[in-house]
Design a protein around this ligand. Structure first.
Ligand code: OFO
Length: 165
């Protein structure tokens, strides 16, 4: 049985994962209307992954005697200055998610809930991968700068980059 404190913290994380899914969906739309199909596909895929992260938490909370609460979500940005700025935002968002997961792990130790501690290790590993991927993408974009041809190739190649989950 989950403690109330942990149930609340897990519900907060459910909301964060749902908001992440919206953030990437909005980025996918922006990339799509700007004509970068590869980036759009990458973002649509990432959005689906975040929904899967959310659902995994929902199921866990309900299975452990808690009640997963589905809440309203913060509206994501719909416009970006550039692809670089968009990916910087993605990277910062993932760092924020990692911090939130770390806090959750900390609460599991306080509450002596080792099953949830164990369950969350998947998220800890996932965040490491996602941060690394976001950094790789940002490095590539910084190399390209304003070069249109470079952006074209980047759009083609980004489809090969993804986080297995
Ligand atoms: Fe990319 O955040 Fe989920 O875990």
């Amino acid at each position: 049985m989950l403690s109330k404190k942990l149930e609340e913290a897990l519900n907060k994380q459910i909301r964060i994962e749902a908001e992440s899914s919206q953030v990437y969906l909005s980025m996918a739309c922006w990339a799509e209307v700007k004509g970068l199909e590869g980036v759009a596909k990458f973002m649509y895929g990432h959005s689906d992954e975040e929904r899967m992260h959310m659902l995994k938490l929902v199921k866990y909370v309900n299975e452990r005697g808690g009640h997963a609460k589905i809440s309203d979500l913060k509206e994501p940005d719909t416009e970006f200055e550039s692809f670089q700025q968009m990916f910087e935002q993605l990277y910062e968002h993932e760092i924020f998610v990692s911090q939130s997961i770390n806090e959750l792990v900390h609460i599991t130790l306080e509450e002596k809930d080792y099953a949830t501690h164990n369950f969350l290790q998947w998220y800890v590993a996932e965040q490491l991968e996602e941060e690394a991927l976001a950094r790789t993408v940002l490095d590539k974009l910084n190399l390209i700068g304003d070069d249109k041809g470079g952006l074209y190739l980047f759009d083609r190649d980004i489809q090969q980059l993804s986080v297995e989950s």
